[in-house]
Design a protein around this ligand. Structure first.
Ligand code: GAR
Length: 194
């Protein structure tokens, strides 16, 4: 059994989708949900599915071993960032080298970096008159959105597109591809980008 930990800072619709996708799996399980915000809705979702959750503050995350210890204690094999706002500290990066991925709601390397989160990304893409956007799934390193890209899929940005309509399109792509990609990585099957 491979155990996944999901880090999320907000609503957690992707987290829920991943939890549901693996709910009957014999090989993969979401075992832990972690958040830097004690009122993040992702915590309500985790509770609904009886998944252990952990909330931490900046000091605990960056200056102590608390979170690394929790990950070890729960035998976590793989970390998924699903709408998580903070950089991952060095101790966790070192221990989980090549085993942390993030989803970003745009076509990296464009529209990434600090502050590029959720709606802010869609607003910037629309204001830049981009004709397409999409999702990027990438390995995580010590910088925002700069790790090796594993998977991208595109969607058109239509005339009159709003932040909300683009967010909806992007979320649909995320729900469709993110859990499958996690499964493919964890079972080492081929990643198919169609
Ligand atoms: C998702 O669209 C994800 O790609 C984005 O935050 C949203 C979280 O939605 N992540 C980033 O922008 C990371 N830079 P959710 O909480 O409903 O899953």
């Amino acid at each position: 059994m491979k155990n996944i930990a999901i880090f999320a800072s907000g609503n957690g619709t992707n987290a829920q989708r991943i939890i549901e996708y693996f709910i009957d799996s014999k090989n993969i399980k979401v075992s832990l949900v972690l958040s830097n915000k004690n009122d993040a809705y992702v915590l309500v979702r985790a509770k609904k599915f009886n998944i252990l959750s952990v909330v931490f503050n900046r000091n605990e995350f960056y200056n102590t071993e608390l979170i690394l210890d929790k990950l070890k204690l729960n035998h976590i094999d793989f970390i998924v960032l699903a709408g998580f706002l903070w950089l991952i500290p060095h101790n966790i990066l070192r221990e989980f080298k090549g085993r942390i991925i993030n989803i970003h709601p745009a076509l990296l390397p464009k529209y990434g970096g600090k502050g590029m989160y959720g709606m802010n990304v869609h607003k910037t893409v629309i204001e830049a008159n981009e004709k397409e956007s999409g999702i990027s799934i990438h390995y995580v390193n010590e910088k925002y959105d700069e790790g090796e890209i594993i998977f991208q899929v595109r969607c058109p940005v239509e005339k009159g597109e709003t932040q909300d309509s683009l967010a909806e399109k992007i979320h649909k792509l995320e729900y469709e591809f993110f859990p499958k990609l996690i499964e493919q990585i964890l079972t080492k099957s081929k990643i198919i980008n169609n």
